[in-house]
Design a protein around this ligand. Structure first.
Ligand code: GAP
Length: 543
């Protein structure tokens, strides 16, 4: 079964070295995460696959790596200084500051059309504080999401050194349009791709790495003649959707959603979101917008922009005139894509039945957990109901529901119930022995491509051959690891859990005929392959 909650993914990520809470030795910093040894490999593979597809495999694209810190005027003329904000209101009773548009949407059942409509609802006492229920709310005010810092050794406190941490990588591309056009002698249509960090002081970060204040974007600005923009937009919607599917994403978990007029950013004529079915529901993975000529015009010298040094335009040889290109922008998040691939790849299943007496003991404990939650005071009603119904359904279906029990044992709300410790004590051991957790990651995304084991770690000949194979594979560009820290069955399980598509075992027959066992993660089939053919075999499978 797939991951039933994000907690299952968070727990796997922490346990197996994909993602750790940031600054944990000092108690952490909310909603900031560090990619561990396996996470950095996975995320790098996601970025590499994107770059290969949108830059190297196309004839009409160039790459760029612009600075994070830019002249403040970039953000003035892009419109971010004035409009990149979320509406916040204060509750005078409990002193909290909720997001006004979220409160409006939750309480009126639809998105507001703007801050004016939100404030009309506040004045009419139609909205109440989501924490304490009071209707004594201030008017909603815009709260800018850009992080500020200052350049230079002295901060004069007068904003003279003010710069922003870029909230999107896109503007670095727009202001380099002329440089790339001139140096690379490009003709329309062509695009510029960039991967890099972006920063937003999000009011409501959360859902693990889905929404954070520091994140990485993978953005394309694709420049076309006005009039050719709509066809280019359709082309990019199909291209981007196929990229996720080509890397193994389940088509049932990916959908295209047209943004409604009132959702559109100030620069967009049309925007289509690719949405993924995350454990918390359908959510944006990538936005593909038609930004028209808004950005190139905004950064061009004009009566509205006396600060720009020139004009960002294109000389059309065919029409013998200058024009300002339209822009199609497929804008993806590297962290969000990584999280989606992780969720999509996750599977846990019962592989063998535990003895009846162990199952009975576990059932009793889970039922006791359900009763204990039911009696608990001070727990939010929805959390209580969720935990009780999850525990009751696990208890009724054991041992078939062992995979769901893993989710329950990893639920952060469940951890506060005393009896959960006992459930874990028994359940973790049974789950470890009787269930299998697998990440069915595409081989090009998996942090490790091949793991090599000797059948016996105390046989020097097996160890030497296995280590030698690992080195050879690595030389041919295949990410390989050597491991001899457990029995073969245990080593397979560990590699399944981190998504390694192939494991090689060197056994005594290998010493005689130079063949090894190659075990496939998904089918669990084992083939005998000549060791000299391994490099080619895996390179072909990865191509
Ligand atoms: N240049 C257009 C732009 O930045 P966006 O919809 O604000 O558009 C594009 O962001 C993508 O960046 C999103 O689809 C998402 O994948 C990622 N993203 C945006 N904000 C994020 C955040 N706070 N945390 C993680 N990823 C984020």
């Amino acid at each position: 079964m797939p991951a039933s909650s994000l907690d299952t993914i968070v727990s796997l990520c922490k346990r197996r070295g994909f993602v750790f809470p940031s600054s944990s030795v000092y108690g952490g910093l909310s909603s900031t995460w560090d990619y561990g040894p396996l996470g950095v490999e996975l995320k790098n593979n996601v970025k590499r696959a994107w770059w290969k597809k949108v830059v190297h495999e196309r004839e009409d694209m160039e790459g760029l790596d612009a600075a994070i810190l830019m002249n403040r005027l970039v953000w003035k003329y892009s419109g971010h200084e004035a409009t990149f904000s979320d509406p916040m209101m204060d509750c005078r009773a409990c002193k909290t500051r909720p997001r006004a548009d979220h409160v409006f949407a939750a309480q009126k059942g639809r998105d507001p059309k703007g801050i004016v409509e939100i404030n009309a609802a506040i004045d009419a006492k139609e909205l109440s504080c989501p924490k304490c229920g009071s209707k004594d709310l201030t008017q909603a005010r815009p709260f800018n999401l850009m992080f500020k810092t200052s350049v230079g050794p002295v901060d004069l406190g007068d904003d003279s050194g003010l710069v922003y941490m870029r909230p999107e990588t896109a503007q670095g591309i727009f202001v380099n349009f002329g440089n790339v056009l001139d140096t690379m002698r490009r003709k329309l249509p062509f695009g510029i791709a960039q991967i890099g960090k972006a920063f937003r002081n999000e009011i409501t970060p959360g859902n693990f790495t889905f929404r954070t204040r520091e994140f990485e974007q993978m953005e394309i600005e694709y420049f076309v003649r006005p009039g050719e923009d709509e066809a280019a937009h359709e082309m990019w919607i199909a291209e981007r959707k196929n990229w996720y599917l080509g890397l193994g994403m389940n088509p049932d978990n990916l959908r295209v959603r047209e943004q409604e007029k009132h959702e559109l950013a100030h620069y967009a004529k049309r925007c289509v979101d690719l949405e993924y079915r995350f454990p918390m529901g359908w959510s944006e993975l990538e936005g593909i917008a038609n930004r028209t000529d808004f950005d190139l015009r905004s950064h061009s010298r004009s009566p509205e922009n006396p600060d720009a040094v020139g004009e960002l335009k294109y000389f059309d040889q065919e029409q013998k005139k200058h024009l300002v290109p339209y822009v199609i922008e497929p804008s993806a998040g590297a962290d969000r894509a990584t999280l989606a691939f992780l969720c999509d790849a996750y599977e846990d299943a019962l592989v063998k039945e535990p003895p009846a007496e162990e199952t009975a003991k576990l059932r009793e404990l889970v039922e006791s957990f359900a009763r204990s939650v039911g009696r608990r005071e001070g727990m939010a009603a929805d959390v209580k109901q969720r935990l009780v119904s999850a525990a009751e359904s696990v208890a009724a279906g054991l041992p078939g529901t062992l995979p769901q029990l893993i989710g329950l044992m990893e639920d952060s709300e469940a951890a506060s119930i005393e009896v959960m410790k006992k459930v874990r004590g028994v359940g973790e051991k049974i789950a470890e022995e009787h269930t299998r957790t697998v990440l069915h990651l595409h081989p090009r995304l998996a942090p490790v491509t091949v793991a090599v084991f000797p059948l016996k770690r105390n046989d020097a000949r097996l160890v030497e051959m296995a280590r030698g194979l690992k080195r050879e594979l690595q030389k041919s560009g295949i990410r390989a690891v050597y491991d001899d820290t457990g029995a073969i069955g245990k080593l397979y399980r560990r590699q399944d859990e981190i998504g390694t598509p192939w494991c090689i075992t060197v056994d005594f027959q290998s010493l005689d005929d130079q063949t090894v066992t190659v075990r496939d993660r998904d089918s669990m089939a084992q083939d005998r392959v000549n060791a000299t053919e391994l490099g080619n075999t895996f390179a072909t499978r990865l191509a």
